[in-house]
Design a protein around this ligand. Structure first.
Ligand code: G6P
Length: 611
């Protein structure tokens, strides 16, 4: 969703800001803008891509200053127009030349707007952000930091903001609540960004801005204070992301790069966490809560999108390996359901970004109701990881492609280790644990074999890409894979696809099947294999074209399926780490054949920070 980059220092702000915005493009956006102070205030905004913004100010020396703010917007309040794009400024006729970029939502914007209209302000946009800018302007008495502190006190909702002012050309203000913001500390100045990717390459030293803290940044120092102006010491840390991790490195798309990185991603996720000799899982992040976990009576996984599907697998894994009653819920539904948190409930938030608003709110609600909260999160220092009691980082590296791939494998791997960790302290025998850990250790090599199915995926996509409706069917551990396979196809190729349990198909969706409809079955050799074969017969006899994901060496399947992706064999609970891979590749090729930009699918955002 929206992205913020701001700069103050000794170098030109424009290249830092534009390059930063380009690095944030992957998050999804529909308009962009920049403001630079150079003698006066210079603002440019555009609907569409950062490239268009860059062209708009190219060669214009008004934008040659060393302090500025920039933004990519994903519309929430007000349509996709230039007026609604950020930066917003305070009252044009009566203001102080204050400009602001904002991520989040000001929930009481209507009341604030009415108040400001009463004070004679006139608004140029429909946004909640412009209201906040005017409020800062209204409260400004020559000290921008003080005006920001006073204004955000009046705000309900979430904000991460960067603010500059014509009257204080050597000051950049940053503040946040409920939406992330980092300050990169480089030799030439400071870069404020909503995402580490805009900072990487300039410096690896960052300070995370805490909730309701306002930073006052000048060219050579920065100070942080709470809303009462009591100074706080910033927490500096080293960024673990490197430049080559966020570059394409010879791949045509991030999605393909990240699919191919999956063997290594799973290796990184497992590293140092398996003791195959003793059959033990070492999860440092959970060790302080081991006693509570031994006694836990129910595990609830929360997530959205791909993370929800990983959570469903977590549910199956915890029930199977740890014999603890478990369930999964959309964080958005859980939150408003008045959820029952009995003693011994553990709530696990699953999220790549750690910023998904619904998941954050859901896990907060669970914590307030007394549950032990855990996170399976990729982004270190994210809002969810700061909210949960403990957790397991995925360590799969930055994921740029909007359609989540390697993070899914990381989430499932982390959920598997969590289930084994729990299981080992409950009913799982030492020998069962040793054999599963050995199988887990062999998964990266097997995933590598599954990643070599690109040519088959292209061939299958070519045969079926003209079809507008697809079914994805699986049972047991492969049912969430069916959901995830369908989601991948929908997200980037815009083909309508439904995932469901293979047996459920008979209870209605079978009516959809007509001659040639693609039906993707995850039909690996496992405890439900025979049942899946019967389901395949049912759709075949009604004319569907069957695409199967099967176990290497299975000759039986070739007789009934039209196309087969063979993946290596693995124990039932580990099969999803393999069976999803050809479906990711299939979605990738289908999207390319349909001429879509797989890394920037329409309407989607990488990280959904609004409810
Ligand atoms: C968005 C993305 C999905 C992602 C979901 C959850 O909808 O487009 O790809 O699965 O958010 O994101 P999270 O960061 O919480 O895993």
């Amino acid at each position: 969703m929206c992205g913020i980059v701001a700069y103050i220092g000794s170098e030109q702000a424009r290249p830092v800001l534009l390059e930063g915005l380009k690095r944030l493009e992957y998050r999804g956006y529909d308009s962009a803008g920049v403001a630079i102070l150079n003698g006066g205030l210079h603002v440019a905004r555009t609907v569409g891509r950062v490239r268009a913004l860059e062209q708009q100010i190219d060669g214009d020396d008004h934008f040659d200053g060393t302090i500025g703010i920039a933004h990519t917007r994903w519309a929430t309040h007000g349509g996709v127009t230039e007026q609604n794009a950020h930066p917003h400024r305070d009252d044009a006729s009566n203001g102080h030349g204050i400009v602001l970029v904002h991520n989040g939502i000001i929930e009481n914007h209507a009341a604030l707007r009415t108040y400001l209209l009463g004070k004679g302000h006139t608004f140029a946009s429909e946004t909640d952000t412009e209201v906040l800018t005017h409020l800062i302007g209204e409260l400004y008495e020559g000290d921008l930091a003080a005006a920001v502190r006073a204004a955000v006190r009046e705000v309900e909702g979430a904000y991460a903001i960067a603010v500059i002012c014509e009257q204080e050309p050597d000051v950049l203000i940053a503040a946040r609540r409920g939406s992330p913001l980092l300050i990169g500390v480089s030799e030439h100045g400071y870069i404020v960004a909503s995402d580490a990717q805009a900072i990487v390459g300039h410096t690896s030293r960052v300070a995370d801005l805490d909730e309701e803290i306002v930073a006052r940044i000048t060219r050579d120092s920065f100070h942080t204070a709470d809303l009462d102006n009591v100074q706080v010491t910033p927490r500096l840390r080293e960024l673990e992301v490197s430049l080559d991790e966020i570059e394409l490195g010879g791949y045509p798309h991030y999605m393909l790069k990240e699919i191919m990185e999956q063997p290594q991603a799973v290796r990184r996720c497992l590293r140092g966490r398996l003791n195959s000799k003793e059959g033990e899982i070492i999860l440092g992040g959970l060790s302080d809560h081991a006693r509570e976990l031994v006694r836990c009576r129910r595990v609830v996984f929360l997530g959205q999108g791909t993370a929800l599907h990983a959570g469903m697998l977590g549910e199956y894994l915890v029930e199977d390996l740890a014999k603890v009653p478990s369930e999964t819920d959309f964080a958005s539904e859980f939150r408003y359901r008045n959820p029952i948190m009995e003693e011994g409930t553990v709530v696990v938030a699953v999220s790549q970004s750690g910023e998904t608003a619904d998941t954050l709110a859901g896990v907060r609600e669970a914590g307030e109701r007394g549950a032990l909260t855990l996170g399976l999160i990729n982004v270190v220092g994210s809002s969810i990881s700061g909210t949960t009691d403990a957790g397991v980082y995925l360590r799969v590296g930055p994921e740029v492609g909007v359609a989540s791939t390697k993070a899914f494998l990381g989430q499932v791997t982390a959920a598997t280790m969590f289930a084994l960790f729990l299981g080992r302290r409950r009913f799982l025998s030492n020998s069962q644990s040793i054999s599963l850990i050995a199988a887990l250790e062999s998964m990266p090599d097997k995933i590598e074999r599954a990643c070599s199915l690109g040519d088959e995926a292209l061939r299958v996509a070519e045969r079926h890409v003209h079809r507008d409706n697809w079914l994805f069917l699986g049972r047991g551990f492969n049912y969430p894979v069916a959901l995830e396979g369908a989601l991948k196809l929908k997200e980037i190729s815009y083909i309508h696809a439904e995932g469901m349990p293979a047996a459920e198909m008979k209870h209605g969706p079978i009516a959809l099947i007509d001659e040639g409809m693609p039906a993707v079955f995850i039909a690996t050799r496992n405890s439900q294999y025979r049942k899946v074969l019967s389901n395949i017969e049912e759709v075949k006899s009604r004319g569907a074209n069957v695409i199967a994901v099967a176990t290497e060496g299975d000759d039986e399947i070739t007789a009934i399926a039209d196309d087969v992706f063979f993946v290596p064999d693995a124990p039932d609970p580990l099969q999803p780490l393999l069976t999803i891979v050809p479906l990711q590749l299939l979605a990738y090729h289908a999207a390319l054949l349909r001429g879509h930009d797989v890394d920037k699918p329409r309407n989607l955002a990488k990280s959904v920070t609004v409810e």
